[in-house]
Design a protein around this ligand. Structure first.
Ligand SMILES: Nc1ncnc2c1ncn2[C@@H]1O[C@H](COP(=O)(O)OP(=O)(O)OP(=O)(O)O)[C@@H](O)[C@H]1O
Ligand SMILES: [Mg+2]
Length: 225
């Protein structure tokens, strides 16, 4: 589902350069649940952003569901991202001027779906994360855990094959974090979604079928199948 071949990402910083990723080769199969772990600054977020097509590698190849992302135009990348990838962030990134329902609807509006279909799918999405009763709330009226569940509904509402999550429990207490991990687990188990999660949390790592250890932009160790 995701394949990286000798991927490097280098940020020029004046005379020096930051090697965020340095020759990463990795394949993630359809339906896998992978945890990316490693010390702060090792390249986890950079790697997720490349998989999401939010960012481009300095060199190397990035493949997602049979398409080579590093060669696509910005427009094609945006389209592919909207249909195939759902992204969840540490700080939720809900739009503060939209209700929970409207936040979840946003990707479908961008995809140009019909109103009826949008309403149905949004309803299902909110149901899936157990927040039907909070649909008309603004983000600031929701707890952190609820905001993150809305963000998960938004990430999955378009039916992406891949869900990428960057420290999704990093800003939550253990109960709310556990609920978020339960949801990701469910997506993986019941819907066969491919999940890649960057995390510092032991609890999150326990859920994963495979753990990828990064250090200084390189893969240190591969565990599991
Ligand atoms: N836009 C940027 N410009 C310059 N350097 C960057 C940029 N983004 C990331 N880096 C550098 O690349 C390296 C990897 O950063 P990244 O954010 O991927 O780490 P991380 O593993 O996600 O860390 P954390 O656990 O703290 O989130 C770091 O050294 C960082 O300073
Ligand atoms: Mg990060």
């Amino acid at each position: 589902m995701i394949r990286l071949q000798q991927v490097a990402k280098i940020y020029p910083l004046g005379k020096v350069e930051a090697r965020a990723l340095d020759g990463v080769t990795l394949a993630i199969g359809s339906g896998e649940f992978v945890a990316l772990v490693g010390p702060s600054g090792c390249g986890k977020s950079t790697l997720l952003n490349l998989m999401a097509g939010i960012d481009r590698p300095t060199s190397g190849e990035v493949w997602l569901d049979g398409e080579r992302l590093d060669c696509l135009s910005d427009d094609s990348l945006a389209r592919l991202r909207r249909s195939k990838v759902g992204i969840v962030y540490q700080f939720f990134n809900l739009l503060p001027t939209l209700t929970a329902r409207e936040n979840v609807a946003l990707p479908l509006l961008l995809n140009g779906l019909k109103r009826r279909e949008i309403e149905e799918r949004v309803e299902q999405g909110l149901q899936r994360v157990g927040l039907t009763h909070r649909a008309e709330h603004w983000p600031h009226e929701l707890s952190g855990g609820e905001q993150q569940r809305v963000a998960i509904a938004r990430a999955i509402v378009a039916g992406p094959r891949v869900v990428l999550a960057d420290e999704p429990t990093g800003n939550l207490d253990s109960v709310a974090g556990g609920a978020v991990l339960d949801l990701l687990d469910e997506l993986h188990q019941d819907h066969g979604q491919t999940i890649v999660l960057a995390t510092h949390s032991q609890e999150a790592v326990r859920r994963a079928g495979r753990i990828v250890h990064l250090r200084d932009g390189r893969i240190e160790e591969l565990k599991g199948p």
